[in-house]
Design a protein around this ligand. Structure first.
Ligand SMILES: [Zn+2]
Length: 344
């Protein structure tokens, strides 16, 4: 266990009467009674006085902002991070949460500040423990690129991660929490493609349960796909159709969302279990479009957004992003690209 820096101990124990003792000698005391000293305060760096007071109770995630996010950032700093308490749940905050989750076996790594993460963080603060930041997910200083020049994303665990033709997963990334969701598949063998990450699999089971209650026949066709499998699929597609055409309906290795374990292609008997555009016109396809967001899924490659996603319309390809983001994306009829890049 690493020693907590003395200044942080000071912040935790800080009481009004002890404030002067904790401040550096050259700084004016925060509880000064002399109003003439006020102008000097406004000139000093405001971050010097940021104090952790309360761990947020609500779930927080990328794109959130405000006082709760600032309190989360300060809470993370209490346990060993050095975040700027900006109040914006940015990429660095997402990294810190993911890194924290990866250092605790009981937590699922998602980059989302959820209830289990809150409880773990709260416990560390109570025990005045610190962790070594970056031990779970090293913070990369420089971006890396694939052989074809695509930027490799630094946080493959991020539930709101953008994986596309400009953002690839690392070649060696295999999700650690892959499970087979208990839903119907049109084949019996336990193939790797039945798998999804745990949170996505649980959400898919709920989605399929609701579809069954609506008397629909939904089937899961293809979920997780390894880097190596995608490599051979893309090579075969290039062989058959040429590279340019292949890139329009297939992904280069690393650039497929299926490697994230957060996606599932779904289908129905009405289209002979195929993955075809006609699925969108089936009862199952229409129901999916209306209801997927309630379970945290989006139609990742919507109709009319081909110039943004650089994929043809795929009414069958579901991506798990969690209910909050899914509802915003589907109700606004936007893509994940537009959602993540808005108000940046
Ligand atoms: Zn797909």
């Amino acid at each position: 266990m690493f020693k907590k820096p003395i200044i942080n101990m000071c912040l935790i124990l800080m009481l009004p009467t002890f404030t002067a003792a904790c401040n550096a000698p050259e700084q004016p005391s925060n509880d000064s009674k002399n109003p003439e000293e006020t102008p000097a305060h406004s000139e000093s760096d405001p971050t010097d006085r940021e104090e952790f007071t309360e761990i947020p109770n609500e779930s927080l995630q990328k794109k959130d902002s405000g006082e709760k996010v600032k309190q989360l950032q300060l809470a993370l700093n209490e346990v060993g991070y050095e975040l700027n308490p900006s109040g914006d749940y940015d990429e660095t905050t997402t990294w810190a949460i993911t890194d924290f989750q990866l250092q605790h076996d009981t937590l699922l790594a998602s980059g989302i500040y959820d209830e289990p993460t809150k409880q773990q963080l709260e416990q560390l603060i109570e025990n005045k423990d610190v962790i070594k930041s970056g031990e779970g997910l090293p913070l990369k200083a420089e971006p890396a690129f694939t052989n074809s020049g695509t930027e490799i994303i630094a946080n493959p665990y991020d539930q709101l991660g953008l994986i596309n033709k400009e953002h690839a997963l690392p070649e060696d990334y295999i999700p650690e929490d892959l499970v087979i969701p208990d839903v119907p598949f049109p084949f019996a063998e336990d193939l790797p493609k039945k798998q999804m990450r745990q949170a996505a699999a649980a959400a898919l089971e709920e989605l399929f349960q609701a579809a069954e209650e609506a008397e629909l026949e939904l089937f899961a066709q293809s979920g997780y796909r390894s880097y190596e499998r995608q490599d051979s699929i893309f090579a075969a597609n290039v062989q058959a159709h040429g590279e340019e055409a292949a890139n329009n309906f297939s992904a280069r290795p690393g650039e497929s969302e299926h490697q994230s374990g957060l996606t599932m292609d779904v289908t129905s008997p009405a289209v002979d279990f195929d993955l075809v555009i006609e699925f969108g016109e089936t009862e199952e396809g229409k129901w999916i479009k209306e209801n997927a967001a309630d379970y945290g899924f989006i139609i990742r490659y919507p109709e009319g957004k081909e110039d943004i996603t650089i994929y043809q319309f795929e009414p069958w390809h579901l991506r798990y992003v969690g209910v909050k983001a899914a509802k915003e994306i589907m109700s606004q009829a936007i893509t994940l690209e537009e959602y993540l890049e808005a108000d940046k």
